[in-house]
Write a protein that binds this ligand. Sequence first.
Ligand code: HEM
Length: 473
Amino acid sequence: MYLGLYEPADVIEERGADYFIAAHPKPRAESPGFLKVLLGARHSLIGNWIEDHYRACVDSYRILRRQVIFVNTPEHIKYVMVTRHANFERKSPQMRRALEMLLGDGLFISDGDTWKRRRPLVADIIHKRRLPEFAGTMELAAKATLTRWADLPAQTEFELTAEMAHLTALIIAKAVFGKNLGADAAQQVIQGFTAYQKGVDNFNLGYFLGADEGWPLRRSRAMREAVANVHEVIDDVIETHLRGEGDAASMVSLLIARNARDASDLDVTALRNEAATIFMAGHETTATTLTWAFYLLANAPWAERRLLEEIDAICGDRAVAMEDVQHLDWCRSVILETLRLYPPVPLLPRQTREADRIAHVDVEAGSLVMIAPWLLHRAADLWEKPNHFRPERFANGAKYNPFAFIPFSVGPRICAGLNFGQDESVLCLASLMQRFRVTPRPGYRVEPICRLTLRPNGGLPVTVTPRRSLRGS
Ligand code: HEM
């Protein structure tokens, strides 16, 4: 595929009776050089790091004409994300360019005044106190997955990332656009987002050649069609809500109401951009978290046993409900440990506004500051046995450094849907584990790769086996 110029890194994975070293690319012996970094970026953004990167440090280098500063200590992450937030809140041109065609000036990629004005609005409608309003949607979607799995002929193999994306996209689609969103419309949005992601490039050459805003994305026909399909559905939902005919509990409805109440100035395009942003930010991340959690549990029978005992103790033979989530401590620990090992957003790139100094490095205006949860979470001087799956790190409210564990980012730009995403993951994992054992295809080689999010290359083929039937399900 790369004319022999680039070889993906070997993958390390190891298991024993009471331990599991989760699949990860073997660090390179030496830096592979620009051409290979470029080719490697097309395959994955996490395959080219060397051993030295997997420790707490601040380092700087150049890619062509651009200074790149790599920040991997909790202390300096705090400096970048909190202390000097205003200087480093701007997303990298590569990320802005990659998503602007679909999300416009939506919160995920906006900055400056636009971000400042919109953040409280968006954060409020997905705030944790609103979670009970979306609990029913989550429970129903989990139940629909259980029914679909129960109807599968024994030993039917399917791809788990797509299956989890279907589950979480349905949840977020109903939460954002309303419970009466038709199945066809939901499908149109989900397929549009998937098609768009396939066309996005990982590397904006223009930025590294000196263009501070990067080069615009090549707008292929497939991408233009994908965007048109997504926008068509969202515009229709917004028009329906503006006529007062939409689901009053949906996030779009809340956005419109807050917009009117606060006399904010969001027009239909801005409303669409924020709705699309919440949809995009809120489904792929949770889907990959669930996929990785199933992969880890399938390889760690002791952790899976403890999870089933906990669900049994709290829910007995009735279906798991949102009120149970606060009591499912081990299940939450499994999700947190999954987010440590496989942060769905493994890179948090920022573009420096003004010259600055981070640790010993003089930082140029316009430079790329790279914070990598992927590396931070696996730094040997911050985590004991960093590549081992050990949910006990997080059990019983164990304390950790909030700047050493950042799957949701940290500081003012922290994920606005943190509680939504965490509780949804715990609820879905517990609901599905209670009824089914999920088994990856024996001998399948799992290779984590990072494009926009972190996922198993080629997906994760699995079969499911029923555990037992439940009262009331
Ligand atoms: C396990 C699930 C999730 C993970 C790991 C996650 C992670 C993240 C991360 C790392 C960021 C910051 C990215 C950056 O700074 O470059 C982010 C931002 C965001 N997330 Fe999440 N997310 C999750 C679920 C959700 C959900 C369910 C929603 C919505 C319901 C959501 C909405 C958002 C929004 C709106 C932003 C932009 C915030 C801003 O820039 O001010 N996320 N998320």
